[in-house]
Design a protein around this ligand. Structure first.
Ligand code: HEM
Length: 395
């Protein structure tokens, strides 16, 4: 954008398309959205949906699920329950799932999660350098989710394939392979529970026994719910961890601040706000309605841009700058309203434990590859984060 608020040709082109699977948009997203927020806060795209970019408009849409239904999902993406479920049924889903995701319910897993972080670190600590996402964030988040969501202590067998699928097909909006593999795993886990019911409470058991609108879930709904819980936590947490490590490598003073971060530390709110690893989700209008001065008709599709809302200067002063002392609680990085992320506390716990264990064992992280780019698709993360570090083992 120039001094007169005029956009260059590339910004205009990317804005008009606003294709969330475009690699070029991913590299230029901050400028494109900064321009949109001041000049055209509701972007009418050539792809047939409109993007809501301002904080107040985003919150308004998210707080009214009666008018803005979640049934659409995302462009080209096939979404599953509970993400695509509207009231009143949505409440029933959250009723049987919420109890597994409170901090109190998750706390007993803390030592197990810590052990999984250390197992991932063991592999590369002796080398003095690491491809952070591939060698830490990927295996760590997958093993934690495998343990907590599926009760599978050996999830690494199949999650690698899922992660490769998300990285290659998912970024381009081709989800068929990824979803069918995830469904296959979900089907197996649900079948095991049905034929050999476990006595102890578990997420898989709760899904098998759940009732929504006074009926059991169909096989498809059960599989979909398990897939959402698993895939919902996979790319998002790894994206956040990788984004935080990149920031620390570029701002060494932050290492001390984040070394012993607690799961409920305000610094994590700020990291989620800035990184907003889930940039967009879709809604569809159930009636004619106006948002941000723009008139929509029933059936119109909207992309709610969490990333843009979190970088809106009217909501957060110096919004593009990390400020760990800022009160960032109002951010919408985990969404807002009835669909607010069910995995919020799990994500925080995983991120906090990872930072504690990483900086107990390493220090002075440095970027060995300055050539960083960003992923397109449903989650946004920096690619190519290779780090060098000093080992603190034996210090
Ligand atoms: C830093 C990590 C994470 C971020 C940034 C994040 C972000 C989000 C966002 C923005 C939404 C709202 C979607 C909407 O309004 O349509 C959401 C919903 C959801 N997330 Fe997360 N998420 C994270 C981690 C997790 C984890 C670890 C899980 C695993 C349990 C998870 C499972 C879900 C589910 C099941 C929903 C749908 C909730 C509903 O529809 O009621 N997420 N997440």
């Amino acid at each position: 954008m120039d001094q007169n608020g005029k956009a260059d040709a590339l910004t205009v082109e990317l804005l008009n398309e606003f294709d969330i699977y475009s690699d070029e948009l991913a590299q230029h997203m901050p400028e494109v959205l900064a321009y949109a927020r001041t000049q055209c806060p509701v972007i009418e795209t050539a792809s047939g949906y409109s993007v809501i970019t301002r904080y107040d408009d985003v919150r308004r849409v998210l707080s009214d699920p009666g008018t803005f239904s979640s049934a659409w999902g995302v462009p080209r993406g096939k979404m599953e329950p509970p993400i695509v479920i509207d009231p009143p049924d949505h409440r029933d889903y959250r009723m049987f799932l919420n109890r597994f995701f409170s901090f109190k319910a998750l706390e007993p897993n803390e030592e197990r999660i810590r052990a999984l972080a250390n197992r991932a670190i063991d592999v590369w600590i002796g080398r003095g350098e690491v491809d952070f996402m591939r060698e830490f964030a990927d295996p760590y988040t997958a093993s934690v989710l495998g343990n907590i969501i599926l009760g599978d202590s050996d999830a690494a067998k199949w999650t690698g394939q899922l992660q490769t699928g998300m990285e290659h097909q998912g970024v381009a909006g081709d989800f068929d392979g990824v979803f069918s593999l995830a469904r296959e795993v979900a089907r197996r886990k649900l079948e095991e529970e049905r034929t050999n019911p476990t006595r102890s409470d578990s997420i898989v058991k709760a899904i098998v026994e759940a009732r929504v609108a006074d009926r059991p879930l169909s096989q498809e709904e059960q599989e979909g719910t398990l897939v959402t819980l698993f895939l919902g936590g996979l790319d998002t947490t790894k994206a956040t961890l990788t984004g935080i490590m990149l920031y620390i490598a570029q701002h060494p003073e932050a290492e001390e601040r984040l070394r012993s971060v607690h799961w409920n530390d305000p610094a994590l709110n700020e990291a989620i706000r800035i990184l907003s690893p889930v940039p967009n989700f879709g809604r569809v209008c159930t009636r004619d309605v106006s948002v941000g001065g723009h008139q929509f008709s029933e059936g119109d599709k909207l992309l709610v841009n969490f990333w843009s809302a979190n970088h809106d200067e009217t909501a957060f002063a110096n919004a593009d700058e990390w400020d760990f002392d800022r009160d960032a609680r109002g951010h919408v990085g985990f969404g807002y309203g009835i669909h607010r992320c069910i995995g919020t506390q799990l994500a925080r716990l995983q991120i906090a434990i990872a930072l504690q264990e990483l900086f107990r064992r390493i220090s002075s992280v440095r970027l060995s590859n300055p050539d960083i780019s960003y992923s397109a698709g449903l989650s946004r993360y920096p690619r190519g984060v290779r780090l060098e570090f000093d080992s603190r083992e034996g210090v």
